[in-house]
Design a protein around this ligand. Structure first.
Ligand SMILES: [Zn+2]
Length: 445
């Protein structure tokens, strides 16, 4: 179905166009939504995106333009409300300047709030671009508990995907009520737990936090001394598997010299062996740029070309180690280095939808007022983030996990991130991360 969109905000029309293009390309739209801004609209339905929605009868549908986020005034993000709207069986949430209750999402012609601004707010990561230094964590990332969706307890809901779906239903564009798509990914920060030396650092760590795990740690160390294949991090034969249901990517850390990078990652025969195994299992290979690559173009280039040389092929995908990504510096680097797909935008201390969507999309450059040239594949569920959210409590972890999967069976995409190293780390904490991992392969499409 064709739509003619008429708006009255020339100043921010590039942002309006960005959101409409996002909706058009959204996988749930299934190609059923196309729009234009000019023309007589003879064969099209007319959507008015206007600031005085009650003064006109010229449109088939009317979206009230809030002109709060799309305005030249600065926005106090901490004062924004997530008002609840119901539509059929779906709960939808706005991003509004004033609180409201019991409002309808759609009355047959009028939408209850400005869905274009709401979608823009989430997918452009507006609040992260314009956040205060005090809202950043020690790695320069916006703290999750300062973020809008987390503050409103909405990070477990793909609010943007739900909005797009219901908007398209309302205007008769026949979206697809598709089951959730899953994507598996791995970050390989370190290949082995024991590199021939006794695990002194780990012993010191667990002596403080969990002394009961020390026999397991040392038993595992001794087993590995006898047979290197027993190293608990070297679990690739078990970890990497074929799946016709899942798209899978494995990212390798191949450089870095900060205390957050593990310098043991060597591009040796063992590395090549894992690469061939991954390829045999149908995984794509990506780069896991080291900590400083967030703002260091040359280092990024060195790591990327080094990996490409070893593989004999181009690398198009990456995920920042430590999810160390800055909206001020990283997108330029990704674009310059020819990365087509990044998957760094997710939470490190909980699971959920940091961008409000689970589907890949082009992020927004506020400097250029246009989309960046690469796709962002939001990272939704990271093993260690799940453990942190559960406070290293096994029962709590299973509750969070089961609940999340049960409430998101349709209308989004979930990218999982597992580390080969975290299963043993979890075991030492008394947690069964393997349970969560195995469950993904049992999910019925
Ligand atoms: Zn990493």
């Amino acid at each position: 179905m064709k739509y003619l969109v008429v708006h009255d905000n020339q100043e921010h029309w590039l942002r309006i166009r960005y959101v409409l293009a996002f909706i058009k390309k959204h996988p749930l739209a299934g190609g059923g939504f196309s729009y234009h801004f000019e023309g007589d609209g003879m064969l099209a339905k007319r959507i008015g995106y206007i600031s005085n929605p009650h003064e006109t009868t010229d449109y088939d549908f009317i979206i009230p333009a809030q002109q709060h986020i799309f305005s030249s005034n600065s926005v106090d993000v901490s004062a924004l409300c997530a008002n609840l709207y119901n539509y059929e069986n779906q709960q939808l949430y706005s991003v509004e300047a004033t609180p409201k209750s019991d409002a309808a999402f759609f009355d047959g012609r009028h939408f209850g709030f400005d869905i274009i601004e709401a979608i823009f707010f989430h997918i452009s990561r507006f609040e992260e671009h314009f956040c205060q230094t005090s809202q950043l964590d020690e790695h320069g990332r916006m703290k999750s508990n300062e973020q809008f969706l987390v503050k409103h307890c909405l990070e477990k809901t793909p609010v943007v995907d739900h909005l797009v779906y219901c908007f398209l239903v309302a205007i008769g564009a026949n979206p697809v009520a598709a089951p959730t798509r899953f994507r598996m990914s791995f970050d390989i920060d370190i290949m082995r737990c024991f590199s021939g030396r006794p695990p002194i650092r780990m012993t010191a760590k667990y002596l403080v936090s969990k002394p009961s795990s020390l026999p397991k740690l040392w038993f595992s160390y001794i087993r590995t001394l006898f047979a290197p294949q027993n190293d608990p991090y070297f679990n690739f034969e078990w970890l990497l598997r074929k799946s016709d249901k899942l798209e899978q990517v494995i990212y390798f850390l191949v450089g870095g010299s900060t205390k957050f990078d593990r310098p043991t990652a060597k591009l040796n025969n063992e590395f090549k062996q894992i690469v061939s195994l991954a390829k045999a299992m149908g995984l794509r290979i990506g780069l896991h740029p080291s900590y400083d690559c967030m703002a260091d173009d040359e280092l990024f280039h060195k790591e990327k070309s080094g990996l490409e040389e070893i593989l004999g092929e181009k690398i198009n995908e990456s995920r920042q180690h430590f999810l160390h990504f800055s909206w001020k510096t990283t997108p330029q680097i990704l674009e310059k280095q020819g990365v087509m797909e990044d998957s760094s935008i997710g939470f490190s201390d909980r699971i959920g939808f940091r961008c409000g969507t689970g589907f890949p999309y082009q992020p927004y450059s506020f400097e250029r007022e246009e989309p960046w040239g690469f796709m962002e594949v939001p990272m939704i569920c990271m093993d260690v983030a799940l453990m942190r959210e559960a406070g290293n409590n096994q029962q709590r972890m299973i509750e969070i996990w089961d609940d999340f999967l049960a409430t998101n069976k349709s209308l989004t995409m979930i990218t999982f991130l597992f580390h080969n190293s975290r299963f043993f780390d979890a075991e030492l904490e008394g947690m069964d991360l393997k349970y969560c991992y195995e469950q993904i392969f049992k999910i019925k499409p």
